[in-house]
Design a protein around this ligand. Structure first.
Ligand SMILES: [Zn+2]
Length: 371
């Protein structure tokens, strides 16, 4: 089977990626971008185009009686409203915040439909599209949770697109739990009220215990106190302080054990007359399919056929966590190359896009036969 994505089609996808990138879409504020994509889906004459109440956009291309598939890409970016989204194009590269993560992948959803229509491809089964909200940071994959709730019984497998990292085949989701732990205490003047309880001293004593959490190296399991804040001035006994703690594991069981250790430490901690509160600020489930699962093997073979013989197989934290955590076959793949995701200096390389799109078209044709 020869599928070639013409130069003209690639240019169209890149132009669309820039148009998408120009519409700001911080997590929880994706509405304008969702409306833009909904309009694109309607232009394509996709069926059953709709947005759910969360702002996830859906559409469908009808195929034969084979197994239905879902292809998804997240709409949201890490860049706050007001970020300068100016794009700079040069031969082989496009620079701009969010261009790779994830505008080019959202453009690839639409590019996939363009390619299917342009090449007169008869799909073996129905192909569903979802452009979803809430992937990044505190979005906590909430968009994909709603997408899977709606689609899990209607599709046999899911392919999640990320704009960069062509050659990436993720089939294991890294689970995580994130906490904000805050302390409040009477506080006071550092000299005049010496002896009063300090929120900072309380939290530092608790944090010291957390640094001795025990984790296995296999399956990889990690913890990190990534943020510590609080206090008012050097001569004030702090009234408030808080930390942010990130717990991760490839294994749901090990993640649970780690969560249990944290719960025990907090429960048994003597905070005196300070008050310690734990708030969950992130909860992503882990899960995965085997490396020899037909969908993973198909993705690897497809890359091989396109001359990319070093498939990058690894666990990651993507929208694919959600289907994988409920035993639904899913992979996350890249569309082109790029650097500096989540930074203002983000850019994509445009040359690999043709292969990335060809990979995607081949996958949606063949996957219904293997899952
Ligand atoms: Zn992303």
């Amino acid at each position: 089977m020869s599928i070639s994505i013409s130069e003209q089609l690639q240019a169209r996808i890149l132009d669309l990626a820039v148009d998408i990138q120009q519409v700001p879409a911080p997590t929880f504020e994706e509405k304008e971008r969702a409306d833009f994509i909904e309009a694109q889906f309607r232009l394509l004459n996709l069926e059953q185009v709709e947005q759910d109440e969360m702002g996830n956009v859906y559409g469908k291309l009808s195929g034969g009686s084979g197994k239905p598939l879902l292809v998804s890409a997240h709409l949201d970016t890490v860049f706050p409203m007001g970020t300068d989204l100016t794009v700079k194009r040069e031969p082989g590269k496009i620079h701009g915040p969010g261009i790779g993560d994830n505008s080019v992948a959202v453009a690839a959803l639409i590019g996939l439909a363009w390619a299917i229509q342009a090449l007169n491809i008869e799909l073996p089964g129905d192909l569903w599209f979802a452009a979803n909200v809430g992937e990044e940071g505190l979005g906590d994959l909430k968009g994909m949770r709603a997408v899977m709730e709606k689609m899990k019984d209607q599709v046999a497998a899911t392919i999640v697109l990320e704009g960069m990292m062509i050659g990436f085949v993720c089939f294991q989701g890294i689970g995580s739990r994130r906490y904000r732990i805050s302390a409040t205490a009477p506080g006071g003047h550092s000299w005049g009220d010496f002896g009063q309880t300090s929120a900072i001293h309380t939290l530092v004593r608790l944090c010291e215990k957390l640094t001795y959490l025990e984790v296995p190296t296999m399956p990889k399991t990690t913890f990190n106190i990534g943020v510590i804040e609080g206090g008012a001035s050097v001569n004030t006994i702090a009234e408030t302080a808080n930390i942010q703690l990130d717990l991760r594991s490839e294994s749901q069981e090990e993640l649970q054990k780690l969560i249990q250790q944290v719960d025990d430490i907090v429960m048994n901690f003597d905070a005196g007359d300070a008050k310690v509160e734990v708030t969950t600020i992130g909860d992503r489930p882990s899960g995965g399919i085997e490396k020899d699962h037909p969908l993973v093997q198909l993705a690897i073979n497809t890359l091989n056929d396109l001359g990319m013989t070093n498939a990058d197989l690894r666990a990651s934290s993507t929208d694919a966590n959600i289907p994988l955590s409920i035993g639904h076959p899913a992979i996350c793949i890249g569309i082109t190359d790029g650097r500096n995701p989540h930074r203002i200096s983000e850019y994509i390389d445009t040359e690999p896009l043709g292969k990335g799109m060809e990979q995607l078209v081949r996958l949606v044709i063949k996957a219904p036969g293997v899952v």
